[in-house]
Design a protein around this ligand. Sequence first.
Ligand SMILES: [Fe+2]
Length: 241
Amino acid sequence: MRLKLLFIFQLFLFAGFMTSQLSCQQSISPQQIQKPQNMAFKLPDLPYAYNALEPHIDAMTMEIHYSRHHAAYTNNLNAAIAGTNLEGKTIEELMQVAGSNTAVRNNGGGFWNHNFFWSVMSPTGGGEPAGALGAAITARFGSFDEFKKQFSQAAVSRFGSGWAWLGVKADGSLMICSTPNQDNPLMDIAPDKCTPILGLDVWEHAYYLKYQNKRPDYISAFFNVINWQQVSEYYAAVGGK
Ligand SMILES: [Fe+2]
């Protein structure tokens, strides 16, 4: 009887072990990512498939970047503002308190920056901007190639983790700048204030799986997926000139 009970107990242990192993092996589809329904900010849908930007940005990097990093910033931002007087504010309004609230600065910045980053890339991107933005880039930097050189330099020279930006200043002119960590040019603490119309994530999590330490190669590849139509719409919306 005692042996029989021991055998049944071992069976239960084995069944529990197998169940936990199976659940660990399940991969996460976009539909399964945790998206709290009653929180202030929601992880937006990725506007294309994880593999849509290949070969320039690989599918695994996109999946981890979106479903883990961006989702974490979103959840942590919601946790940081829950029950405080910051609840109900827009993400743009929250950028104005970044200097006095580290959790909002890091996670609110991460939330806004990645929302924006996905939008300025496209499987049909690349090339050069036309129209008013193309003319403004030529007028400001001399040529598209010179713009590309200066933007790439801002991205390469950002020490550690951060972002490179093309933005529109208050006077309507274009500027290139970079920010550390998850800061952006909209924040109250930003030394170079502008409204971003293009942004590039140069955190290692954005490129290391495919490019390892070769950040310049990742930056060069980014130019093959820039959604210039969307960037032009941002430029027009800001009233760039
Ligand atoms: Fe990122």
